[in-house]
Ligand binder design. Structure first.
Ligand code: URA
Length: 191
């Protein structure tokens, strides 16, 4: 029988597939509605996320919420949020390729269970693993790619926008495009 999201989460909460399990406080599995049409995929939990067990709850998360709100999307309804790795990399370093690889099964499971209509990679780490190895966020953000029957795009990571606010207008364009794409592929979603 097909695994449920709850079963997958239970398995993930026990995970010891890589060394990140040794330093985590909480596994950060994902948040939002399982029937959401949009999946947002970040890099990995930071300090606040590790402490609370919920993705994007720190400053970057607040910016993400504002951007979603500005285009009429919300975490509770249209969006499910998760990360490439479910445990915090020490000192917020980039996850190592082998850590991402070990964790990919959980993300694949989440996608298989939810079958989201749209997937957005937040930042380079998700984009190079899920879209194309040499994906350049600054050049290729906002471009929709149909992959295995799902429309996907890469955009700026909210933490990168905090460091580089000059890219915020371009990121907002991508969120507007997300809203428009949702209307195109699923007119009844988000009514
Ligand atoms: N950055 C991420 O990539 N994910 C989070 O959950 C928080 C910050």
């Amino acid at each position: 029988m097909k695994q449920t999201m709850e079963q997958l989460q239970q398995e993930c909460l026990q995970c010891q597939r890589c060394d990140l399990c040794k330093t985590r406080t909480n596994v950060v599995f994902g948040t939002g509605s399982q029937t959401a049409p949009i999946m947002l995929i970040g890099e990995g939990p930071g300090e606040n996320e590790d402490l609370q067990g919920i993705p994007f709850v720190g400053r970057a998360g607040q910016l993400l919420d504002k951007m979603l709100d500005a285009v009429g999307l919300s975490r509770e309804r249209e969006v499910y949020i998760t990360n490439m790795v479910k445990c915090r990399p020490p000192q917020n370093r980039d996850p190592l390729p082998e850590e991402t690889q070990q964790c990919l099964g959980y993300l694949r499971g989440q996608v298989a269970i939810m079958r989201p209509k749209l997937i957005v990679c937040l930042g380079r780490i998700a984009a190079i693993r899920l879209l194309r190895e040499d994906f350049k966020v600054t050049k290729e953000h906002g471009q929709w790619i149909l992959k295995n029957g799902t429309w996907m795009m890469g955009t700026f990571h909210p933490a990168a926008l905090l460091r580089n606010p000059g890219n915020k207008p371009a990121a907002m364009e991508d969120f507007l495009s997300l809203r428009a794409k949702l209307q195109e592929v699923c007119p009844e979603c988000g009514e």
